[in-house]
Design a protein around this ligand. Structure first.
Ligand code: ASP
Length: 424
């Protein structure tokens, strides 16, 4: 009991946050809600998130450099990199296939009365969709310091990997630098563990705020769309991830979810893959038995490019928009959704709400009316919590499978019930 008391506190905070949010939303005047958010909840939630974000950029940089360099052999690095990318892109394509099938079967946009939906059309009107190839071109930084300052994760990742590879090639002379960066990394991880002591307060503040401002009425207006997305996410987590773990590594999915759910709770309440990177790395290492080398490579990379939950939302949203506007999608257009949403989920940043911005790219490529995004925008805050949870679970599952295939997984730790609680 004591061992899990931190996680338990987070669960209680999450539930209390939802209940408080609902009570305030339904029974307390809006003016009081606004004051409670302004003076208490927003400052508390923001302080918690900012404290996590404080170390995300340096931690990703350091851990990826050390991770890449510690693999020690370019061939092995290429093999692990190839497998990781293959898994990430493969599962995203599967996620989108599920989304498109569900969109066809359950038809979330058929029979929806648009007039009742809170329209925020003006917010999307001016959004111009990013050009698809920019995802690749802009992953290369022209100024790594600027990328760090701006917190551009994709650029930081590409730079860190190039740095790590170069350090490997330099060999002995680079050892001192890598050891120094490794020590820095330990300090950043320690900071995160310290911040996590405040997780229950942060989670309560974040959850109650979302429910207070969103309420249930918005959700009800788009209930069919929301439910279809959540069904897709659940199928993906249980069948695709659970199945992949079992089939590709022979590991018990039950043990995985039992040990991993605290990270999922954190992703749910923060809606940010980036914010969960540190705790995801620690959990994979300490509770699930993956070596440092693999986790520090696969988790930051996954949090930045592997967004299966986002892909599912984008797939269902595109189908939903087409159905609302009475557009019959051809097979080619549906394949286009799978292709463009795979790319756009890669380009989606691991921060709240990023997925809906990238949806403009999918919608435009498929030739659907961009105004349709205004419809799904109203429930996106809630869906973001579910899809972020899926996103980071995929990163950890990939980590387990790659570690197992490389002999970098300690099964005794994986199956040991007594391992220390990371959130403490
Ligand atoms: N919030 C998501 C994440 O951090 C990205 C998105 O908006 O889809 O993983």
């Amino acid at each position: 009991m004591k061992k899990n008391s931190k996680t338990l506190k987070i669960i209680v905070a999450l539930i209390l946050g939802i209940i408080t949010g609902l009570i305030f939303n339904l029974f307390i005047p809006k003016a009081v809600n606004d004051e409670a958010i302004k003076w208490v909840l927003k400052p508390l939630g923001d302080m918690f998130l900012r404290a996590i974000k404080m170390v995300v950029v340096p931690l990703v940089l350091c851990s990826l450099i050390v991770g890449t360099a510690s693999i020690g052999d370019i061939k092995k690095l290429g093999r692990i990199g190839g497998k990781t990318l293959g898994f990430y892109i493969g599962t995203t394509a599967i996620a989108l296939t599920i989304a498109v099938i569900l969109g066809n079967l359950l038809k979330p946009g058929v029979g929806v009365d648009i007039t009742n939906i809170v329209s925020t059309a003006s917010e999307v009107k001016d959004t111009s969709a990013p050009f698809i190839m920019d995802i690749f071109t802009q992953s290369i930084s022209v100024n790594p310091i600027e990328s760090l300052v701006k917190g551009d994760m994709l650029q930081i990742i590409v730079f860190a990997m190039i740095f790590g590879v170069a350090a490997t090639l330099v060999g002995e002379k680079a050892k001192g630098v890598i050891t120094f960066i490794d020590n820095l990394n330990e300090i950043f991880l320690k900071i995160i563990l310290m911040v996590m002591n405040f997780a229950p307060i942060g989670v309560f503040a974040l959850m109650s705020q979302v429910i207070m401002t969103q309420g249930v009425s918005v959700l009800l207006s788009l209930i069919k769309y929301t439910v279809v997305v959540i069904i897709g996410l659940t199928i993906h987590i249980l069948l695709v991830y659970g199945g992949a773990l079992k089939i590709l590594s022979g590991l018990s999915p039950k043990v995985f979810f039992k040990k991993f759910y605290s990270v999922m709770l954190l992703a749910f309440s923060t809606s940010s893959s980036n914010a969960t990177i540190p705790i995801n790395i620690e959990t994979c290492k300490e509770k699930l038995g993956v070596s440092d080398k693999i986790t520090s490579f696969t988790i930051p990379l996954g949090a930045t490019i592997n967004m299966d939950g986002t892909a599912i939302m984008q797939g269902v949203a595109a189908m939903f928009i087409a159905q609302i506007f009475g557009i019959d999608l051809t097979i080619q257009q549906q394949l286009m959704i799978i292709l463009t949403a795979t790319l756009s989920s890669i380009g989606t940043a691991g921060v709240p709400g990023a997925g809906i911005v990238m949806l403009t790219m999918v919608v435009q490529q498929v030739g659907l009316p961009i105004e349709g995004i205004a419809l799904v925008l109203s429930v996106d805050r809630i869906i973001d919590m579910f899809r972020t949870t899926t996103n980071i679970t995929g990163d950890a599952v990939c980590t387990m499978i790659i570690a197992n295939s490389e002999g970098e997984l300690n099964r005794d730790v994986y199956y040991n019930e007594e391992v220390k609680e990371v959130l403490c």
